[in-house]
Design a protein around this ligand. Structure first.
Ligand SMILES: NC(=O)c1ccc[n+]([C@@H]2O[C@H](COP(=O)([O-])OP(=O)(O)OC[C@H]3O[C@@H](n4cnc5c(N)ncnc54)[C@H](O)[C@@H]3O)[C@@H](O)[C@H]2O)c1
Length: 356
C-alpha cells in the first residue's frame, strides 16, 4: 500500500484541531477530501477536494479511510455507510446515541473486516499509558478501588448541539464521561453494575441533558469505583485546561494521574506503599514514553497538554498499514456506551443497575 487516502467528515473543532493536524504529521497519508455541513468550512481544511455530502465520500473508490468528527447523532449513519463502502473508520466518541446503536456499529465494523477505532483520545496521554504499564506489571497488586473525576467549567461549546438529547444522546456523561469510563475499563477492567444520581443545574430552556452526574460502581473484577462528571465547575477549565484525574489503589500500591500533568504520575509502590505514613510522590515519566513508539511528531514541538492527541491518527494509520486492530476499537466504544445507558437508567430509576 502506498499513500493512505483519508476523508475527514466533520470539520469543526475536533476535526480540524486533532484529526486533520494529526493526519498531516503521518508520512504517506493524504488528507484527500474534507466534508462538512458548510462547504466553506470543508474547504478551509486545505484538502484538495471538499464536499457537503458524506455520501459522495462513500462513492469514491480512491478513499481508503474516513474519520467521523460530526455531532454524535450522525456517527451511526455515517459509520454504517462507510463500512458498507469498504472504508476503514476512526469515529469520534461517544460512538453513538445509545447502546443499541453502538452495538449495531460494532457488529458492522467486525463484519466488514476493516480497521475500526473509537477516538478515546486520552488513551494517548503518557501518564495513562504509564499507569497501564504499571498495573499490567502487577506493581499496584490487585486493584481494589478506582476514583475518577472529569470536571470542567461551563464553556460556550457545551451550549450548542451538546446540550440536546437528540443530537448528543445525553449530556456531560457522554461528552466527557465516555473518555473517563473507557480509560477506567482499560486500566481496571469493565464495570459490571452501578448506581447513579444526575442533575441539570443550568436553567437553559434549550437544553434537556444533565450537566452533572456521579455514580458508584462495581467492576467485574470485584474492585469498586466512584466517578463524578461535571461541566459546571468554575475553576476547572475548558478545552485544553480541563481537568480529569484517575486514582487507582491496589494491594501493593497506589497511583494518581492528572490530565493537567500529562508527563508525570503520582505513585507509591513496593516497601513505601506498605508504610501507612507514606504519600504518593510525583514521578516524571521517562522521555521515551512521551509519545507512541514510532509516532512521527517531534517531542520539542507543541504543548504537552495537547500534542499527545496526534498519536491517535498515527495509531489508526499504522493499524491500516499493518492490518492489525486499532485500539481502542469499536468494541471499546460499545462497552463504554453500555455504561452510559446503565448510568442514565439508574439515575432515572434510582436503583442499582447491571451494565449487561
Ligand atoms: N476525542 C476528543 O477528545 C473529542 C473532543 C471534542 C469533541 N469530540 C467529539 O467529536 C465530535 C465533534 O465535536 P466538535 O467539538 O468538533 O463539534 P463541532 O460542532 O465543532 O463540529 C462538528 C462538525 O460536524 C459538521 N457536520 C454537521 N453535520 C454534518 C453532516 N451531515 N455532514 C458532514 N459534516 C457535518 C459541522 O459542520 C461541524 O463542522 C463529537 O462526537 C464530539 O463528542 C471528541
Amino acid at each position: 500500500m502506498s499513500s493512505v487516502r483519508v476523508a475527514l467528515i466533520g470539520c469543526g473543532s475536533v476535526g480540524r484541531r486533532i484529526h486533520a493536524a494529526g493526519l498531516r504529521l503521518c508520512p504517506e497519508v493524504e488528507l484527500a477530501l474534507a466534508c462538512s455541513r458548510s462547504l466553506e468550512s470543508a474547504e478551509s481544511i486545505g484538502a484538495p477536494e471538499a464536499t457537503q455530502d458524506y455520501r459522495e465520500v462513500m462513492a469514491r473508490e480512491d478513499i481508503d479511510a474516513v474519520v467521523i468528527a460530526t455531532p454524535n447523532n450522525l456517527h451511526r449513519e455515517i459509520a454504517l455507510a462507510a463500512f458498507a463502502a469498504g472504508k476503514h473508520v476512526l469515529c469520534e466518541k461517544p460512538l453513538a446515541l445509545n447502546g443499541a446503536e453502538a452495538r449495531e456499529m460494532r457488529d458492522a465494523a467486525t463484519a466488514s473486516g476493516k480497521v475500526h477505532m473509537t477516538a478515546f483520545t486520552y488513551e494517548f496521554i503518557p501518564a495513562v499509558r504509564h499507569l497501564k504499564k504499571l498495573i499490567d506489571r502487577g506493581e499496584l497488586g490487585e486493584i481494589r478501588s478506582v476514583r475518577g473525576a472529569y470536571l470542567m467549567a461551563l464553556a460556550g461549546h457545551t451550549l450548542g448541539w451538546r446540550s440536546t438529547k437528540a443530537q448528543a444522546g445525553c449530556g456531560v456523561l457522554g461528552d466527557i464521561g465516555s473518555h473517563l469510563i473507557h480509560l477506567c475499563h482499560w486500566l481496571a477492567g469493565d464495570i459490571a453494575r452501578l448506581t447513579a444520581t444526575e442533575r441539570k443545574f443550568r436553567d437553559d430552556p434549550n437544553s434537556d441533558v444533565e450537566d452533572w452526574i456521579a455514580f458508584l460502581a462495581e467492576f467485574e473484577s470485584g474492585a469498586v469505583g466512584t466517578f463524578e462528571l461535571s461541566r459546571i465547575c468554575p475553576g476547572r477549565g475548558a478545552d485544553i485546561t480541563e481537568e480529569m484525574t484517575i486514582e487507582v489503589y491496589g494491594t501493593k500500591g497506589g497511583a494518581l494521574m492528572s490530565m493537567a500533568d500529562p508527563r508525570a504520575i503520582w505513585l507509591t509502590t513496593k516497601a513505601a506503599a506498605m508504610d501507612p505514613a507514606s504519600r504518593l510522590e510525583r514521578m516524571e515519566i521517562p522521555e521515551s514514553e512521551w509519545k507512541l513508539p514510532g509516532a512521527p511528531r517531534e517531542l520539542s514541538e507543541g504543548y504537552p497538554r495537547w500534542s499527545y492527541r496526534y498519536d491517535q491518527a498515527f495509531q489508526f494509520i499504522r493499524a491500516i498499514r499493518e492490518q492489525v486492530a486499532a485500539e481502542p476499537t469499536f468494541d471499546a466504544g460499545y462497552r463504554t456506551q453500555q455504561v452510559l445507558d446503565a448510568a442514565l437508567k439508574s439515575a432515572q430509576s434510582r436503583r442499582w443497575t447491571d451494565v449487561r
